[in-house]
Design a protein around this ligand. Structure first.
Ligand code: GDP
Length: 474
């Protein structure tokens, strides 16, 4: 992936010049050492009558987790706190963090690394520090499933509110069990039983009523019922029988990351499998490096982080994004290669999304120095294509030269869109329609498809676009 013109030519067993020529025919001026996009690689290969499949770095480095039952060891639960605003999520997390800490010791006990761990009855619970379902769902959208149990905080004096329902739906979508913390029971107007009744309507039913959800009454402010809540989380975790293989190269997800003035890029990761140690070579998203130090949630240097442990990593090359996968590599070169390939892919994607031509921005492109307009023309009959070609030839092309990089009889297909995307072209459809697949691809690749029934309208549009006078599409 992301090979240069020269590498690609070698792979195909043809002279580089042949590839350059074919690229040129597609309106792409590239030199031997320049990188071809995956789309171009596929297009040129296709052009040469060869089929290639571009393997993504993720596929190339895909790991097979063939852990046997004997490899799997119990691991602590990872918990996210959710609930309506002001129902006491932050207070609950605060109360939990102070559990088991003598009064005098409190304060400064947890440094903020994005997650914290609590020990109760000799067992660990890991809490993700960012409460709420936005962070949870944003991580999930990136493929990161890090939460085993959700603690739903509902204020006993307020009951079920819109974000309570949202949290329930997010938990259900992720198939994560809910433990309900009915909070603020110290308040005069608190009616914890009414909260239970209201939740039944949303399928969250207390065990004592025959449902599957565990409920605990708490006061985060007065620190009532917090131990009970923690024990309940452990009970819920027991039901889940959480396990992972600790004896493997570590992998997991980035929970939080930032650039620290003194320490450089810093990322908090949650280990899901294996054991992470200082000196390990890691890739996190598009960033990589050798772990210089591991910092645990108490701010101490750690010798190892095992499954369900959150830990801060120092030593990365850049700042990854929350939700990025991280993985330890045996070979530093592999790590570097994966990170660089991912970075290249992201850059190409960003470029493509930005640079695709549309008639609407032709004028501003001309002002920025663009001198060419690439077109893919599809029409009902060959005669229409000829007529369009003639009309374009007669146009004033002193400012912008019009290149028809591809024309054919037939509807607009996905391949047309790919071609247009790769060559920054606009698609003109004359008396034809795009297929559903083409429409979708065009939307995704941000390729402009224009459909016309009369030639002069196409000419008029292009003329108007050149001077920034294109009427909005209806
Ligand atoms: P969040 O928006 O869900 O994170 O809610 P906060 O933890 O910030 O709490 C919102 C407000 O409720 C704050 O003023 C807290 O002091 C108050 N609060 C939280 N828990 C309790 C409680 O158990 N009892 C009482 N009386 N107030 C609470």
């Amino acid at each position: 992936q992301g090979s240069t013109v020269g590498e690609f030519a070698d792979l195909m067993g043809v002279p580089s010049n042949d590839v350059i020529k074919r690229l040129f025919m597609l309106g792409q001026v590239l030199t031997v050492t320049q990188t071809m996009t995956d789309e171009l690689i596929e297009l040129i290969a296709d052009d040469m009558g060869r089929k290639v499949r571009v393997v993504s770095p993720e596929e190339e480095y895909a790991v097979v987790y063939n852990d046997t039952e004997a490899d799997l060891k119990p691991r602590p639960p990872v918990v996210t706190v959710m609930g309506h605003v002001d129902h006491g999520k932050t207070s609950t997390l605060d109360a939990i963090r102070h559990t088991g800490v003598a009064a005098g010791e409190a304060g400064g006990i947890t440094q903020h690394i994005g997650a914290s761990v609590v020990n109760i009855d000799g067992r660990q619970i890991t809490f993700i520090d960012t409460p709420g379902h936005e962070a949870f769902t944003a991580m999930r959208a990136r493929g990161a499933q890090v939460t085993d149990v959700i603690v739903l905080v509902v204020a006993a004096d307020d009951g079920v509110m819109p974000q309570t329902i949202e949290a329930i739906n997010h938990a259900k979508a992720a198939n994560v069990p809910i433990v309900v913390a009915v909070n603020k029971i110290d308040k005069p107007g608190a009616t914890p039983d009414r909260v239970r009744q209201e939740l039944v309507e949303y399928g969250v039913i207390p065990e004592e009523w025959g449902g599957s959800n565990m409920f605990v009454d708490v006061s985060a402010k007065q620190r009532i019922g917090i131990d009970d809540l923690l024990e309940t989380i452990l009970l819920q975790a027991d039901v889940l029988e959480l396990k992972a293989n600790p004896d493997a190269l570590a992998s997991g997800f980035v929970i939080e990351a930032n650039l620290d003035k003194g320490r450089g890029p810093v990322a908090t990761v949650l280990v899901q499998r294996g054991t992470l140690k200082p000196g390990d070579t890691v890739v996190a998203g598009t960033s990589y490096g050798r772990v210089r130090a591991l910092i645990d949630p108490r701010g101490n240097h750690a010798e190892a982080a095992r499954p369900s442990d959150p830990v801060e990593i120092l030593g990365l090359s850049s700042v990854p994004t929350a939700g990025d996968e991280f993985r330890v590599f045996e070979d530093e070169r592999d790590a570097r290669k994966l990170a660089e390939e991912r970075a290249l892919r992201e850059r190409l994607k960003a470029q493509e999304a930005k640079t695709h031509m549309s008639l609407d921005d032709l004028f501003s492109r001309i002002e920025e120095g663009t001198t060419e307009l690439n077109l893919v023309v599809k029409a009902d009959v060959q005669g229409s294509i000829e007529a369009l070609r003639d009309a374009f030839d007669k146009m004033d092309q002193s400012e912008v030269k019009i290149n028809i990089i591809h024309s054919a009889v037939g509807g607009v297909t996905e391949t047309d869109v790919t071609l247009a995307a790769a060559s920054d072209a606009i698609i003109i459809g004359f008396n034809v329609r795009p297929t559903a697949g083409a429409r979708k691809a065009a939307e995704h690749e941000k390729v402009d498809i224009r459909l016309y029934r009369v030639i002069y309208q196409a000419i008029e549009d292009i003329n108007a676009a050149r001077v920034g006078m294109l009427a909005p599409e209806i």
